[in-house]
Each structure stands twice: as C-alpha cells, then as structure tokens.
Design a protein around this ligand. Structure first.
Ligand SMILES: NC(=O)C1=CN([C@@H]2O[C@H](COP(=O)(O)OP(=O)(O)OC[C@H]3O[C@@H](n4cnc5c(N)ncnc54)[C@H](OP(=O)(O)O)[C@@H]3O)[C@@H](O)[C@H]2O)C=CC1
Ligand SMILES: O=C[C@H](O)[C@@H](O)[C@@H](O)[C@H](O)C(=O)O
Length: 313
C-alpha cells in the first residue's frame, strides 16, 4: 500500500487517513481551492477549526469536490475543533461549525485547547482583559467541557470526539473522569519536538496521535535540519517527504498545510516508508535536542497557562 493511502484505526472502530490537509492560516480566497485540489489529488482527511475563521470556505471546497463527483461525503474524514470561548456552550460550538461547513456531521470533533475563555467577554473568539491578556476562565475545568462533548455523541453529529494540545498531566486528570476515552489527541509533533512521553502514553491508552505543524509551521523551518536533509539525500526525496513520512512510521496521522497546488500534490504523492536506519538517524537528532534542552515548539499561544508540556516547565 502506498504510504499516502495508509489509514489508522481509532478506538471507535472508524479509520482516519494518515495524511490530512491542514488549513490554519489558509486565507480567504485560497482555502476552498486548496481543499478541492487536495481532494482531487487523493486527500480524504481535512482539518480545520472554528477559530481559523475559514470553516465556511473549507466547506465550500468540500461541496465543490462532492458536486464534481470526486468523492462522497462518507469517503471524507473531516475534523474541526471546539474553540476556547465555547467551553460553556459546546452544543452551540458544534452547531456553528456544522453550519459554517455545510455538513450534517463531523468525523472528529476536538477540544482545541484544554482551557476556557470568557464566552461573554469583549470578543467572540479572542476575548481580552483590559491589560491585553487573554480573558481566561480559570474556574472552568477542561473535564467539564469533555463531559459536554460526550453528550454530543448520541446525536450522531460527531462520529468521534477527541482532544488537542493535551499533555500527560492533563490526560491523567481527564481519563479517570471520562466515560468516553478521547479518540485522538492532536499535538504539535516533529523531530524537533518528538513528545515521546505523550505519544507513548496515548498509544498505551488507545488514543490516536495526530501530528500538527510537521514542517515547523509557517515557512517550514525544519526543512534545513541537518539529519532531515541527510535522510532526504540518502533516499533521494525532499525534506518534506521525510518529515511527513516520519509520523506514519510512528503510527500517527499527520496534517500538512499548504495552499500551493504543487505542494499539496507533492506532500501526498511523495510519502515513503522510512526504514529503521532512517528512524534511528532522526531519533538521535531528537534525543540530542532533548538532552541539550533545545527542543523547538512553534505553536505556543499567549494563554499564560501551564499546560504541563515538559519542554515548557
Ligand atoms: N490543534 C492545534 O492547536 C493546531 C493544529 N494545527 C493543524 O495542523 C496543520 C499543519 O500545521 P501548520 O502549523 O499549518 O504547519 P505545517 O508544518 O503544515 O507548515 C505549513 C507551511 O509549510 C509550507 N509548505 C507546505 N508544504 C510544503 C512543501 N512541500 N514545500 C515547501 N513548503 C511547504 C506552507 O506554505 P504554503 O501554504 O504557502 O504552500 C506553510 O508555510 C494546520 O494547518 C492545522 O490544520 C496547526 C497548529 C495548531
Ligand atoms: O490550531 C492552531 C493554533 O492552535 C491556533 O488556533 C492558535 O494558536 C490560535 O491562533 C491562538 O492564538 O490561540
């Protein structure tokens, strides 16, 4: 099977395609085309979020692909995320996303970050306090939000629920109180931030890992990391191929964002199976960064909250 066609099983029994199209910072006027192009190129997994402000256009891209007869809705795996200012109105968050996307169900609905922002604050998405800091409701527990997410499942409007940006510490708080084990934990993950402890913990608990920012996010800074270049040269592939394929070898799905048609195609078509020697080269790079405290986390919004990430404490 081609690496691009690999699927992983979730704890619900459903399958998640190994490669998904990311859409964070995919702007208006470009993301519908990106989504449609990706589906035409064989992608079956699309990732978005309410706070990206582009669900409407993502939905348009999906609709165009379905109307053109390229896929049926049931062939696609669509993920979106509950934003922080919706933790005390979870059903409204879901209904808003479904309406934006023009869909009647999601394959996966994630809690975007395990903290609540003020739903009655001075902005619907990014409420702030007078001092400019984020308006966070520290008294609201992420476990309460999870309980509300669990209540959505019987409606059939969410085929699976999961979390994002969860550390081991947060999962240890959540799991004893959860009736439904999260199907997935979407985390920043790449050789410069391997997060082995959370990957191992989730594997043990049957929680699938989806990796975000696999290229190092905006501008793909990880393309120049020496061991990645070394493996790419040895294999005669691009650094993007190495960075994306690494996750599939680890049993994770991976999200690559692009609005550039040639890159969208390349990211899917060039995926390869990395062998043990390639994985060992990359592991040594990750281990050295860990030992020297040089791990790189590219996505760390100014919430001012301790998420229990070992590289941030
Ligand atoms: N749950 C969460 O909190 C988060 C989730 N995510 C999800 O993960 C997705 C991926 O992460 P993201 O942070 O966007 O970053 P990525 O690591 O996917 O990198 C995206 C950048 O790489 C460029 N790029 C993509 N493919 C290639 C290529 N083949 N050659 C050269 N450049 C390339 C893109 O440019 P261009 O588009 O111009 O082609 C863009 O600048 C997000 O879009 C989002 O869906 C991301 C962050 C946080
Ligand atoms: O999914 C991507 C990221 O988590 C993104 O949603 C956040 O970084 C957000 O822009 C924020 O500023 O809090």
């Amino acid at each position: 099977m081609a690496a691009a066609d690999v699927r992983f099983k979730l704890n619900t029994g459903a399958e998640i395609p190994a490669l998904g199209l990311g859409t964070w910072q995919s702007g208006p006027g470009e993301v519908a085309n990106a989504v449609q192009h990706a589906i035409k190129a064989g992608y079956r997994h699309i990732d978005t979020a309410l706070c990206y402000g582009n669900e409407h256009e993502v939905g348009q891209g999906i609709k165009e692909a379905i109307d053109a007869g390229i896929v049926k809705r049931e062939d696609l795996f669509v993920t979106t995320k509950l934003w922080c200012s919706f933790h005390d109105r979870v059903e409204e968050g879901l209904e808003t996303s479904l309406k934006n996307l023009g869909l009647d169900y999601l394959d996966l609905f994630l809690m975007h970050w395990p903290l609540a922002m003020n739903s009655k604050g001075n902005h619907n998405i990014f409420p702030k306090l007078p001092d400019g800091s984020r308006d966070i409701v520290h008294s609201h527990s992420h476990v309460t939000t999870w309980k509300s997410l669990e209540k959505l499942v019987p409606s059939g409007k969410v085929k699976a629920i999961g979390v994002s940006n969860y550390s081991v510490q947060y999962l240890e708080e959540l799991l004893p109180q959860a009736t439904i084990t999260p199907a997935a934990n979407q985390i920043e993950n790449h050789p410069s931030l391997p997060q082995q402890e959370i990957v191992d913990f989730c594997n043990k608990k049957g929680i699938h890992i989806t990796a975000y920012s696999p290229l190092g996010s905006t501008g793909s800074p990880l393309f120049t990391a020496a061991p990645i270049v070394e493996v790419a040269q040895k294999r005669g592939v691009t650094p993007a191929t190495v960075l994306l394929s690494w996750h599939i070898a680890r049993g994770s799905s991976v999200l690559a964002k692009s609005v550039t048609p040639a890159r969208i195609e390349a990211n899917r078509n060039d995926l390869v199976h990395l062998d043990a020697e390639d994985m060992a080269t990359i592991k040594k790079y990750s281990d050295d960064l860990t030992a020297n405290k040089k791990l790189q986390r590219f996505v760390f919004p100014p919430f001012g909250v301790n998420f229990g990430f070992p590289d941030k404490v």
